[in-house]
Write a protein that binds this ligand. Structure first.
Ligand code: ATP
Length: 468
């Protein structure tokens, strides 16, 4: 499957790519605006800048580069572009990794608590708090432990809950209850069981390790990193270093939120670069993705997709109504009749993984259509396979020519009423992220009577409906 490649920089990308400076910079823009490509294409000039300084100051060590991506699939996806930036004559050490893998290399003494176990403990402790659902409390705890270290966790009481929705309201008294009845007992339980969790790992990466001293760091999909992870990255920079955050807060799908200053970064307006063109989607896809995001407040460092930013036209997104088997048959026939799999890629994306893919896999096998499964832990496939199966979460940052989202339903996009605001926003963002993966075509399948809450955004004028 095609990975991210070098392109000819546009007028808006060129000044960023050729800019040589130390300090923190942020590249933002809507999905498909070329943020990741731009950040990686500037690696070469940053490496030359560091090399010149090393020579000037007689520093005899390799230039230390770290590229952090959101998941392992994305590491493989960006690798070719990173490699193309390296000059074999220079001594450069490059590490492309996820935060977890990178941190585990330095901190390997703590036993990580399995996520399901931590979640069930938090839910058990949440039983006394009736104002919020246990699922919501799990996300809130992850949010606050990602944002604050245990030493300053009391700040949670008065800080604005940046990055969280307005409903349900989480007032001070409720926050006090969350800390006293859930967070502190949870931390106590972790230590009694001899565990650390992923948030502890980030904190330990700042407090318990010597700085590795990176000269250049690029953090892709930075909107989904936690404040504690960003502090850890800061700790490992060398004194003169270049750090680039690639982000779009509109695509934030985890319970995250922070201000630059609380993470210790001085990001001035002149250091934030906004890309406006859309290099990936057709106008029809960009317009639909924007519509799916209707009503969402755009925070700093975020941008909505924009049909005027795209330059090519294509089919209107398909809304395919029928039972699931009919949707799958329709998609397979569509692929056979319209798509040259030796040249074009296809992704089947779903809100949830595992058994949700079983029928589809059987049908693809029956039709001799080879596919690869891209999960959170898998590598980007570098073979000739051109059909990928993955969840919306795992598709972040990736792109495909054709995207099929079959079996979208109320069941796999459930959103409990009390949390409707927060839950719905995340669902809207997830669907928009999934839709915006498509270069040429998008099709969404649903069964009438079992539609997702998201079907409210499938406005007739923006889609073409196929009734099976
Ligand atoms: N200057 C350019 N000319 C042509 N294509 C480009 C250019 N810059 C980027 N692209 C292409 O645009 C697509 C999107 O690029 P990229 O993944 O870097 O965008 P992004 O903003 O990081 O997207 P997302 O937020 O969805 O992850 C890729 O196919 C990339 O090769």
């Amino acid at each position: 499957m095609r990975a991210l490649v070098r392109t000819t920089p546009t007028a808006e990308q060129l000044p960023i790519i050729s800019r040589n400076s130390y300090g923190v910079e942020v590249i933002c823009g809507a999905a498909g605006s070329g943020k990741t490509s731009t950040a990686l294409m500037r690696l070469k000039s940053l490496i030359y800048m560091c090399d010149a300084r090393h020579k000037r100051e007689s520093i005899d060590k390799p230039i230390n580069v770290l590229v952090l991506t959101f998941n392992r699939t994305l590491s493989g996806y960006v690798k070719a572009l990173v490699d193309s930036q390296l000059d074999t004559d220079l001594k450069v050490d490059v590490e492309i990794s996820t935060f977890a893998k990178w941190a585990r290399r330095s901190i390997n003494n703590g036993k990580i608590c399995p996520e399901a176990k931590a979640e069930s403990k938090i839910k058990e402790l949440s039983a006394h708090i009736i104002a919020l659902s246990p699922e919501y409390i799990v996300k809130e705890v992850d949010y606050l432990l990602g944002r604050f270290s245990i030493a300053d966790i009391e700040n949670y009481i008065q800080y604005e809950r940046t990055g969280r929705g307005a409903v349900p309201r989480v007032e001070r008294t409720l926050r006090r209850e969350l800390l006293d009845k859930v967070v502190y007992p949870y931390k106590q339980w972790l230590s009694e069981e001899g565990y650390i969790d992923w948030n502890d790992l980030a904190v330990m990466m700042s407090n318990e390790t010597q700085s590795i001293g990176y000269d250049i760091v690029i953090v892709d999909e930075a909107q989904d990193f936690s404040a504690n992870q960003l502090r850890a990255i800061k700790h490992h920079l060398s004194i003169e270093s270049s750090l680039t955050f690639v982000m779009d807060t509109v695509q934030r799908i985890y319970a995250r939120g922070f201000t630059w200053s609380e993470c210790g970064f001085d990001v001035r307006p002149g250091k934030v670069f906004q890309l406006r063109k859309n290099h990936r989607n057709t106008r029809q896809i960009a317009n639909f993705a924007k519509h799916v995001l209707e009503g969402i407040a755009v925070e700093d460092n975020g941008a909505l997709p924009d049909l005027n930013a795209a330059s090519k036209d294509g089919d209107l997104p398909y809304i395919v109504n029928g039972n699931y088997l009919q949707q799958v048959d329709w998609a397979i026939t569509f692929i056979k009749e319209n798509i040259d799999l030796s040249l074009e890629s296809v992704a089947f994306l779903k809100p949830k993984g595992g058994a949700w893919f079983t029928t589809l896999k059987n049908k693809l096998n029956e039709n001799s259509l080879p596919f690869v499964e891209i999960t959170r832990d898998s590598e980007w496939p570098d073979g000739d396979e051109n059909i990928a199966l993955c969840t919306f979460h795992s598709a972040k940052g990736l792109e495909f020519d054709h995207v099929f989202i079959l079996g979208l339903s109320g069941e796999n996009t459930a959103c409990s009423e009390i949390n409707i605001d927060d839950g719905l926003i995340v669902l809207q963002k997830l669907l928009a992220v999934a839709v915006a993966r498509a270069r040429l075509r998008v099709a969404i399948g649903q069964k009438i009577g079992e539609e997702s809450v998201l079907s409210a955004y499938f406005t007739d004028a923006l889609v073409q409906v196929v009734n099976l």
